[in-house]
Design a protein around this ligand. Structure first.
Ligand code: ADP
Length: 179
């Protein structure tokens, strides 16, 4: 039985991530979506929120478990008795970092194999950080994240979006302020 672990920050999970999960679930007996509790990034959602959003986003896929983890991903992989680590690759931006991380993880745990899946073309431009940028400015996210993630983003950014709309309203009502 081959078990796979798909680790990431998932801040928040996007349709690019869920596409990878669906494709991986067809290849392996079981897939753990492993939500890293404290990545070296500024996070919008707490680890529990990221797990809850990912659980809902993957609930139609039977052989998937979402779980938070701390520490080294290779330790998590050993703990759940998995054999394979999954990563997703988008053109231009992911390869070098993934290659560097893969070499390090291989040094730490030579028994763990890395499998990288190419993004589907329609998700190539989707990343959690771009999603957050667009959400913050009140932009449409149709087809990029599941509905419940869009709603969670709107809630997080409600005050910010109101502020942006107020500023835009003031700009259009006062032509002299346009540059
Ligand atoms: P991390 O902080 O570990 O990079 P992310 O949540 O940003 O975590 O991404 C988790 C994994 O999903 C990474 O391998 C990343 O390259 C991949 N990924 C992110 N967005 C996409 C996408 N649109 N299509 C395919 N893979 C993606």
């Amino acid at each position: 039985m081959t078990i796979a672990v798909y680790p990431g920050s998932f801040d928040p999970i996007t349709n690019g991530h869920t596409d990878i999960v669906k494709r991986v679930s067809a290849l392996f007996e079981h897939v753990y979506v492993a939500v890293y509790d404290r990545p070296e990034k500024r996070l919008l959602f707490s680890v529990q929120e990221r797990v809850d959003l990912a659980v809902k986003a993957t609930e139609g896929i039977p052989n998937v478990t979402v779980q938070a983890f701390s520490g080294l991903v290779v330790d998590f992989i050993h703990r759940v008795k998995a054999d394979v680590m999954i990563r997703g690759l988008r053109a231009n931006q992911d390869f070098e970092r993934e290659f560097e991380m893969a070499l390090m993880n291989h040094k730490l745990a030579p028994d763990v194999e890395l499998v990288c899946l190419m993004t589907s073309a329609r998700y190539q431009f989707i990343s959690s950080s771009v999603i957050k940028e667009v959400a913050q400015l009140g932009g449409r996210l149709d087809g990029m994240v599941p509905d419940h993630v869009r709603e969670a983003l709107m809630l997080k950014y409600a005050d910010h979006i109101k502020e942006v709309e107020k500023r835009m309203g003031a700009q259009y009502n006062n032509p002299s302020s346009r540059t």
